[in-house]
Write a protein that binds this ligand. Structure first.
Ligand code: SF4
Length: 209
């Protein structure tokens, strides 16, 4: 990554973190994956019950394997036999790890969801929510963020899960009502009622999609 991009990311992250503060959400910037992992682990005390929803970015920075190997009560929905029980465990967890489909330059977080366990746990339940968000997910405003969610994140996810949706075939959203749609619910997170509940770690790398 060249110096101009590094400088631009730092400057933009500072602006977003300030906007997040005004939304009662704590923001951080880690220039790379390794520092993002260290930062996330510094927020999660040993012994904590940790669950997840949509954690490709957390996998990519090595956070999930650190939790699996460390002294944590990590509930892994991906490998759980009872997926419903693992999803419900989020509501009583100490920490819920997730990401965003997009974040605006003024700190609004956009997520779309099919099953909707992810967005429901972001909204309510776990004591704390940590978002791991690569700077590739920053969008100028809410319209651009929603467009990113529908035309970048959703098509890749639909292809990844082998879903029969228009975006999986064309790479762009057709506002479908397909039985396979992953756009059942859209969540706009614009403020946290509870101080110190939501934490966003912006990472100066491209993570997830
Ligand atoms: S509404 Fe349908 S076509 Fe559009 S992004 Fe969602 S699943 Fe894809």
């Amino acid at each position: 990554m060249n110096d101009n991009i590094i400088e631009r990311n730092e400057k933009l992250a500072k602006k977003i973190i300030k906007c997040l503060e005004s939304r009662n959400i704590t923001g951080y910037y880690a220039p790379n994956a390794e520092q993002a992992k260290k930062l996330a682990l510094s927020l999660i005390p040993k012994g904590s019950k940790v669950t997840n929803g949509g954690v490709m970015s957390a996998h990519e920075i090595g956070l999930i394997s650190a939790l699996q190997e460390g002294d944590y009560d990590y509930v892994d929905r991906d490998t759980a036999e009872d997926k419903q029980a693992a999803a419900l465990a989020a509501y009583t967890a100490d920490f819920f790890l997730t990401s965003a489909n997009a974040i605006t330059e003024d700190g609004i977080i956009i997520n779309i969801d099919g099953n909707s366990n992810r967005i429901s746990a972001i909204a309510f339940g776990p004591k704390k929510v940590i978002f791991i968000v690569g700077m590739n997910k920053v969008a100028r405003d809410e319209a651009a963020a929603m467009s990113r969610a529908r035309n970048v994140a959703a098509p890749i996810n639909a292809q990844r899960f082998g879903l029969n949706t228009p975006c999986a075939k064309t790479g762009s959203c057709a506002d479908c009502l397909s039985p396979d749609t992953i756009c059942c619910n859209f969540m706009t997170t614009r403020y946290s009622r509870h101080a110190d509940r939501m934490h966003v770690i912006l990472v100066g790398e491209s993570l997830g999609f």
